[in-house]
Design a protein around this ligand. Structure first.
Ligand SMILES: [Zn+2]
Length: 152
């Protein structure tokens, strides 16, 4: 994971640069490295890594892409995808970009729903970044682990 001056420059670009409109940091005033570290610490007691979370998100995203409209996966998860045109660049300036399409999953046992964009999967897998508090597309690591029933 990138640290130091590079991470500060990325943070500045998210807060007030070209990417500010995407609100990756929401209302969060903590430094980017602290946001990433804190979410990592939330996952540690669960024995999970950001990569475990991203892998499970990708699993449902790929299922959702196979069919239009809602479907039930593994008898428990109601999955639906909303296609949106256009791509968002990765704010970590690694020349990656991902579509704006949204995957929504409801755990029918608990009634709880989570959703994410394709970019969230990249941000979590590659950068351990779940976005800041108050960000429109923040993924809460503990909540998503529960809703998607992610276990080590
Ligand atoms: Zn990236």
């Amino acid at each position: 994971m990138k640290q130091g001056p590079e991470l500060k420059r990325i943070e500045d670009n998210m807060r007030s640069g070209q990417l500010a409109a995407h609100q990756f940091l929401g209302t969060d005033t903590r430094a980017l490295k602290d946001i990433i570290l804190h979410d990592q610490l939330l996952l540690e007691p669960l024995g999970l890594t950001p990569q475990d979370i991203a892998e499970r998100m990708l699993y449902f995203t790929e299922k959702a892409e196979e069919n239009l409209g809602p479907q039930l996966i593994d008898k428990v998860f109601r999955v639906e995808r909303q296609e949106h045109k256009g791509d968002i660049p990765c704010p970590f300036a690694d020349n990656s970009q991902a579509s704006k399409s949204i995957t929504q999953v409801t755990n029918t046992r608990t009634g709880k729903t989570v959703s994410w964009s394709d970019l969230n999967i990249h941000l979590i897998a590659e950068h351990g970044f779940f976005e800041g508090h108050g960000a429109p597309f923040r993924v809460d690591p503990v909540e998503i682990a529960e809703v998607l029933d992610i276990k080590k």
